[in-house]
Design a protein around this ligand. Structure first.
Ligand code: FES
Length: 113
């Protein structure tokens, strides 16, 4: 890696998915999903533009920036929901991926009774 690349902060990501725990590094200018792909970590995704919610995760520790996460209401983002395809780490992260159903319930469950 060149010196220019190391000038961008890099964070440690600990991701749980389907009972397995994966650890990989993610640069501040890279989405968590991109970093997972580069590290051969098989996290779910589909549209990769912040709309479909396939890549939903819950961040249990740390902070992301996700200005393009159209598929998640702001108050749910504040509760830790994130769309990994448009999430840039701002700290080290611990997260649980594969939370599409949980996010759907949180966003729309109230309308289904
Ligand atoms: S893959 Fe569709 S919102 Fe992330």
């Amino acid at each position: 890696m060149s010196d220019t690349a190391t000038a961008v902060p890099t964070y440690s990501i600990c991701a749980e998915f389907e009972g397995k725990t994966y650890r990989f590094r993610c640069r501040a200018d890279q989405t968590v999903l991109d970093a997972a792909d580069s590290a051969d970590v098989p996290l779910p995704s589909s549209c990769c533009t912040g709309v479909c919610t396939t890549c939903s995760a819950v961040i249990s520790l740390g902070k992301v920036e996700q200005p393009d996460a159209m598929g998640v209401k702001v108050d749910l983002q504040e509760q830790g929901y994130a769309l990994l395809c448009v999430s840039y780490p701002r700290t080290d992260l611990m997260l649980k991926a594969g939370q599409e159903d949980s996010l759907y319930d949180a966003q729309f469950g109230q309308y289904q009774k």
